[in-house]
Each structure stands twice: as C-alpha cells, then as structure tokens.
Design a protein around this ligand. Structure first.
Ligand SMILES: *Cc1c(COP(=O)(O)O)cnc(C)c1O
Length: 377
C-alpha cells in the first residue's frame, strides 16, 4: 500500500459495486436461472475429446470469426425457430452479456439513448454505463406486458439508437406477443434505432410462442440475442450469440470486438454441445413440465404467479419478502429477491430441488403466519 495515492477512477464509477448474486453452497440453488441438470456424462466426455483436439492447436490464435461455430448456430436456429439465416447474420461471443456489450459499443455511446421497459434484466444499465450510453426505462403494464401505443410514443419522443425488449422477460417470465414486438420494431425503425430482443430463455417458451427471428424479413433493424447458458446447461462455458436481420449489424459487432475474443476451447465446447442439442432438449422439456407444475402448485397455495415462458417463476405477493427469502435460505433453499417489491423469483430446479422448495416455502409461510399472530397478541 502506497499511502495517500488515489486511483484515477472514472468519476461515474466512484462508489459503484461489482455485479453479483450470492454464490452460496446450499442444498438447492434456485437463484440465477441456471439449468439444474448437469451436462450428461457422455456429452462431457465428447467435450473433453474436442478440447483435447483443440489443445494441440493452442499455440495458434483461434478462428477470429468462429465461422464453424456460427454455421452450427445457424443450423440450430433453423431447427429451433424455423428461420433460416446465413452465417454472416450470426455472431458469437463470451455469453450474451458480451454480445450485448458489443451491441452497446457499436450502437450506443455518448449522446445516445437506450430504452427498455422495467422490471427487466439488471445488467442492461451496466452495459449502458460502461459505454456512456444514456439508459432510459419505462414501466411495463401490471401484467408485465408492454403498452405498445405508449412504447411507440416514447420511442418517437426520445429517438433512442437502441431499444431492448426481453422476451421471455427476466425476472417476470413474460413472453411478448409477436405483433407487439413487430409494432415496436417498426417505431424503432422510424427513428433509426436497432431493436434487440433478448431471448435468453427462448427454448423454455410454450408451444405456439414464436421467436422474434420470424420477423427478420420485415424488420432490418432487428437483432435477437440468445445464449447457451440456460437451455444448453452451459452457463460455465460462456457462449452467447446474436442472430441479426441484416449482416451489416454483425459487421458492426466485428469492428468493436476484441481480437480473438472467443477462445478455441470455448468454440470446441460449444460446437460439441450443438451436435448434441437433442439430448439437451430432453432436459429442457422436463424443466418446462416442472415449471408448469410448480406454477400450478404455487397458485393452489394461494400465491399470485406471473405467467412464465422461462425456466423461473415470479410469485408473491409478500408483505415482507426479505423475511420469506431469509426463511427459505435458512432451510437450504436459495432463491432471488428481485423484481417489483413484494415478489420473489424462483428458478425451476430438478424435481428433488422443487420438492425442497415447496416444503420449505410451506414451512416458512407457517412461521410467518405464527409470527403475525404472535405480534397481535
Ligand atoms: C441469463 C440471462 C442472459 C444470459 O447471459 P449469458 O452472458 O449468456 O450467461 C441474458 N439475458 C438475460 C435476460 C438473462 O436472464
């Protein structure tokens, strides 16, 4: 420590803290929307083989443009969403967090505005701050959808360069109707803005809910952000990607990306996972079933549950959500205090974990009720 030296930290970063949900070693970790199932052993071995092969070539820089991986992602999107794009409409990076940061680097910046609708993902303000983009939010409706007429009005008024819609939304689980996305995309187009649809949870959507990729033909300003962190059970690998209506958008991201940003190891792991997408899809189906069953159970217990097309549920409403959250943690179940006051978010876990959550919640609610009776005595 050299006494008295003050780091020349940017003024706007003074007092800022680093992002972080608690990483606690408890029995049921249902707080950051991870896939609860580990990577199947045979797939893990295939990844190991692919990494070993890549390792021989680690004296060389990786394929800077990750072309083979992007081709695999293109085929996956065609199968998953029924939309066929070219490799030059796909971009990959270290998690969709990096994709999003690159989008802000390319399309945000000083004097520019990004608009989104709250409650939504807590990372967006950080991308905006780090790229000196003004971040403006407008409230979602009571059902957590977006008032389209109001959205179109504020976009015309503020003239953003970026509009972000999260669908299915985090932390509410809400999927936006396709026609709403189309109408908002049109308003964005009129002011020259790109519109990002963050589809981190797309694979968990109900039957009949379409990906915004189907709108590419009509909306050249549209880009869909996806990730392998959730459905592919690969949060630890860090692979996110963008699918864009216009190859020019991908070219813009290639300007701002760091050189060789995506390691050969990451590319090998992601490609192997994509070759086994069908195995992982079976786990996704189980999570969807568990989600719908858990939502039904919460409602039967008298809770309000936001309709969810994701792998988590926002439920409430609690007079003191902090106390319920702590009560669950005391019983080995970690969930998330996020979203509007009075609500809590639980990630759908394995059937065993969901069972632990249900009994812990019943227990906590009994304690809460007893506490209230105690107070009034
Ligand atoms: C989890 C999540 C992501 C994924 O981030 P990665 O960097 O790909 O792990 C993106 N957007 C939202 C809304 C999320 O909840």
């Amino acid at each position: 420590m050299s006494g008295g030296f003050e780091l020349p930290l940017r003024d706007d970063l003074v007092g800022e803290e680093s992002y972080g949900a608690p990483q606690l070693d408890v029995a049921a970790r249902l707080n950051v929307n991870e896939n609860p199932f580990s990577v199947p052993a045979h797939l893990a071995r295939a990844m190991g083989d692919a990494v070993a092969e890549a390792a021989i070539g680690l004296n060389r820089y990786p394929d800077r443009d990750a072309v083979a991986l992007r081709a695999a992602l293109r085929d996956y999107i065609a199968a998953e969403s029924g939309v066929r794009v070219d490799v030059d409409q796909i971009w990959a990076a270290n998690g969709s967090n990096e994709v999003m940061q690159q989008l802000f680097l390319a399309f945000g910046g000083p004097g520019r505005v990004a608009i989104t609708f709250d409650p939504t993902y807590s990372m967006y303000p950080e991308y905006a701050r780090d790229t000196f983009t003004e971040y403006v939010t407008y409230p979602r409706a009571d059902d957590f959808r977006i008032d389209v007429a109001e959205a179109r009005r504020v976009i015309a008024e503020r003239e953003p360069s970026i509009v972000i819609l999260t669908s299915p939304n985090n932390p509410t689980g809400t999927a936006l109707p396709l026609e709403d996305i189309a109408h908002i995309a049109e308003a964005a187009q009129q002011v020259g803005a790109v519109i990002i649809i963050d589809e981190a949870y797309a694979e968990f959507r109900h039957e009949g809910v379409a990906s915004a990729c189907v709108l590419f033909d009509e909306h050249p300003n549209l880009v869909v952000s996806r990730t392998m962190s959730k459905a592919f059970a690969l949060a630890g690998a860090r692979l996110g990607y963008a699918v864009a209506a216009d190859p020019a958008l991908v070219s813009a991201l290639m300007v701002v990306r760091l050189p060789y940003h995506l390691s050969a190891v990451t590319q090998a792991v992601a490609r192997t996972a994509l070759e086994h997408a069908d195995v992982l899809q079976a786990q996704v189906s189980l999570v969807r079933e568990e989600r719908d069953a858990l939502a039904e159970w919460l409602e039967s217990e008298g809770f309000e549950v936001a309709p969810s097309d994701a792998n988590f549920l926002l439920f409430g409403q609690f007079a003191d959500r902090a106390s319920v959250w702590q009560g669950l943690l005391d019983r080995g179940v970690l969930i998330r205090q996020t979203g509007p006051e009075g609500w809590l978010r639980v990630t759908v876990g394995t059937p065993e974990e969901n069972g632990m959550f249900r009994s812990a919640l019943q227990d906590v609610m009994q304690d809460e009720a007893a506490g209230r009776r105690g107070e009034s005595r």
